[in-house]
Design a protein around this ligand. Structure first.
Ligand code: TRP
Length: 467
């Protein structure tokens, strides 16, 4: 265990399961239940999902392993880890710093949606959804709430305060204990919802939309979104997995843990997709509703079914839980920067980071109110821009640099020596897996990410190389 400069030992996860649940808690979040269905719905359903799955296996998994490995080896958050393993180079340290900046940006719009979710727990408790006379009323109600600055900023504030408490209590007593309770609850609730969706009349149309690909929908933009989603949903590209890895022991197996996190995360996305699209189609709604999708659909679905009052409360509690376990991982990254690098105490650090995030989130929170709903670039408001830049540009960029760092700078000799700790069995009996990881991290991930990024920034089309 590394000695901290202040003389305190660095905290570690209490158990292997604790790490997996916390990391899966980070990965599973609004990205799976709110974002994945609406992005898939906007981008043609199943075809998007196939591209997403390819991205997550050939890029997401190798990068996840690389990130956790960097964190566990360095026993620091992203800034300190890149600095330490990058021989104090400014360039690599700034890759870590990009992660911290991205953390603030993501948390700032993430907490806004989490605030909507929390607000909807209250609405479902009040039974509001039963007062809607037509399905359109749900969408209008959502608009009226999200255009009310007091509602939105109020819940944003409460959400940030809840996340603060978990991070304040630290790794074992806050994040790990919270995840161990919240994650099983989330799994059970979501399974119940999927079963409910599947038993609705008209559910099969939703399954068809979700599982039969329309290849004509695939283009460069869709690939970019799928790649961005792969990074976002796995919490990679900004040092969150790295930071969680830094509290991991050398007895744990990074390879198998990463695979388990990926499988849990992907399964939850698919289950959430089934639960939501069966409901969307059973109610004759449009799958391409954008960010409001679940807030428009779920209330309608629940208000028209037996036990709906109960299920609607469960659903929004579930969504809020998923958001909390993810938000705390973002908050932990920025907090650990001050704790690891500036020797701040945890309490002061987490309070400051939460306050900054809260203020940073206000323009995003107001992006759906008349005060600040301007379309600043194209059809994107402030919220959309922060989301796009952080998820679709900064995360892939961070992932690209992480892959290059491990494969080309730090070097596989040192990396494999560290990776072997806790993974002796795989090294002895399945060494081809390690070879595959090396090839993917060295060639596939960097090249593919670069192509997609250049495309997204319009550089390839300038060169006349459109795809
Ligand atoms: N993965 C989470 C989700 O799917 C969001 C999240 C948490 C995240 N930590 C992150 C995204 C770090 C990117 C980077 O909702």
């Amino acid at each position: 265990m590394t000695q901290h400069k202040t003389g305190k030992k660095r905290e570690q996860w209490g158990s292997k399961l604790g790490f997996i649940l916390a990391a899966a808690g980070s990965a599973i979040g609004l990205g799976n239940i709110w974002k994945f269905p609406y992005v898939a719905g906007d981008s043609g359903g199943a075809a998007f999902i196939v591209v997403f799955l390819v991205c997550i296996f050939i890029i997401g998994l190798p990068v996840t392993v690389g990130e956790i490995l960097i964190g566990r080896t360095a026993q620091r958050g992203p800034v300190g880890a890149f600095k330490k393993l990058g021989n104090n180079s400014r360039l690599w340290t700034s890759v870590g710093a990009l992660g911290v900046v991205t953390g603030f940006l993501i948390l700032s719009f993430y907490a806004v949606v989490a605030g909507w979710s929390l607000g909807y727990v209250v609405e479902s408790l009040k039974g509001t959804f039963f007062t809607f006379e037509a399905p359109e009323a749900a969408g209008m109600y959502f608009q009226s709430l999200t255009s009310n600055p007091y509602w939105i900023i109020g819940f944003l504030f409460i959400f940030m305060a809840i996340s603060l408490v978990f991070v304040l209590f630290g790794i074992q007593k806050g994040i790990e204990r919270g995840s161990k309770i919240m994650m099983p609850v989330l799994f059970i609730l979501l399974l119940a919802l999927m079963v409910r969706g599947l038993t609705l009349k008209g559910a099969s149309k939703g399954l068809e939309f979700f599982f039969s690909p329309d290849w004509s929908k695939i283009n460069g933009q869709v690939i970019l979104l799928a790649l961005g989603q792969a990074f976002f949903t796995m919490s990679i590209g900004m040092g969150a997995m790295l930071t969680y890895g830094s509290y991991m022991s050398e007895k744990d197996n990074i390879l198998s843990s990463s695979l388990q996190i990926l499988i849990l995360d992907t399964a939850i996305s698919i289950i959430a997709g089934v639960a939501i699209f069966t409901a969307v189609f059973a109610n004759g709604q449009d799958p391409a509703e954008g960010p409001g999708l679940i807030f428009h659909i779920i209330p309608v679905v629940f208000s028209s079914m037996p036990g709906g009052y109960f299920f609607s409360i469960l659903f929004f509690i579930l969504l809020t839980i998923a958001a909390i376990t993810s938000a705390i991982s973002l908050l932990e990254v920025i907090t650990s920067y001050l704790v690891d690098e500036k020797q701040w105490n945890r309490k002061k650090a987490v309070v400051l980071c939460s306050v900054i995030t809260f203020f940073l989130a206000i323009p995003s929170a107001l992006s759906y109110t008349p005060i600040f709903n301007d379309k600043l670039i194209g059809d994107k408001n402030f919220f959309d821009i922060i989301d796009f830049v952080s998820s679709n540009i900064f995360l892939p960029l961070g992932g690209l640099l992480t892959a290059i760092f491990v494969a080309w700078f730090w070097g596989f000799d040192k990396a494999l020596l560290e990776m072997k700790k806790g993974a002796e069995d795989i090294f002895e009996n399945h060494f081809y897996l390690i070879k595959l990881w090396k090839i993917f991290l060295r060639y596939f991930a960097p090249v593919l990410i670069l192509v997609v990024l250049l495309h997204s920034m319009g550089i390839l089309s300038l060169l006349g190389l459109e795809f």
